[in-house]
Design a protein. Structure first.
Length: 276
């Protein structure tokens, strides 16, 4: 498991391009036949991916967590961006099609990931955060998500925000997750950009070709930077950082948040003319 320390805003200002990428960008997420996880000190979120091929992949505890099993004191959200697969939680198996999600509660002892066809593997994107209450295992199909349509063709950001782990859909301790799809011709994912001091956020970009990227904005509003993000990579944002991006073509992304509250629209917007 890769460990990432928290990034202070003053330190952020001193980083060059590679330093910024080393601190905030997660490049190794979807690796065939592997479970790849990154542990961030920012609100103790774990970000990763599972791409099972010839055999199932199983979660385990380990020294990094200091517990007997992975979800002893954590909850987890999973969204499948690949071919159909299945997740087994303490003997209960759930099949997940493309863009299906699963909420796995605290105190789930045995969790394994499997593809229905090893030649066309599932690609399970994972977020996990500390938890204090055990809620219910829940399968979230795309039609179960809570959708919100936003944007305008003139501003290039027509999109549908599909809220999977959200108070409109199910109960969680602190983890929120959703999948945002942009319409043809739209490349901005949010504008004006925003922060939310009460929560951190991770953006995971996918549905990009090898030749396309997203220019992802970050930093304090008066001290902005950008990170060039490729397909199936993620950016970890402290709560003080803005987050928005522009792609060289249309893309899809999954957002995950955790922190003080579960209020999705608790955001502090920054007018574009105020950015530096």
């Amino acid at each position: 498991m890769d460990i990432r320390q928290a990034l202070h805003s003053d330190h952020f200002k001193t980083l060059d391009t590679q330093g910024l990428r080393d601190k905030m960008l997660v490049t190794k997420i979807m690796v065939p036949g592997q479970l790849s996880l990154t542990y961030s000190h920012v609100d103790r979120i774990i970000v990763g991916g599972a791409v099972p091929t010839d055999s199932p992949l199983t979660l385990s505890g380990g020294k990094e967590l200091g517990v007997d099993y992975f979800l002893e004191r954590r909850e987890m959200g999973v969204i499948n961006i690949g071919a159909p697969g299945r997740i087994t939680v303490d003997g209960e198996t759930v099949e997940l099609g493309t863009h299906h999600g699963l909420y796995i509660p605290k105190e789930s002892r045995e969790v394994s990931f499997e593809s229905l066809d090893a030649t066309k593997p599932a690609r399970f994107y994972i977020n996990s955060t500390p938890a204090h209450v055990r809620y219910q295992l829940r399968h979230i199909r795309p039609q179960d998500a809570s959708p919100t349509s936003l944007g305008d063709p003139e501003t290039g950001n027509v999109r549908t925000i599909n809220k999977y782990l959200h108070t409109d859909v199910l109960d969680t301790c602190q983890l929120s997750m959703g999948l945002t799809q942009l319409e043809p011709g739209s490349m901005w994912n949010t504008m004006p950009c925003h922060t939310h001091e009460r929560r951190m956020e991770v953006y995971f970009y996918f549905d990009l070709s090898e030749d396309d990227v997203v220019f992802h904005l970050c930093g304090e509003p008066q001290e902005t930077r950008h990170i060039v993000v490729a397909n199936e990579q993620a950016v970890i944002h402290p709560s003080w950082s803005i987050h928005c991006g522009f792609g060289t073509r249309r893309y899809t992304f999954i957002w995950g948040m955790c922190g003080e509250n579960l209020t999705y629209d608790d955001m502090d917007f920054i007018a574009s003319k105020e950015l530096r």
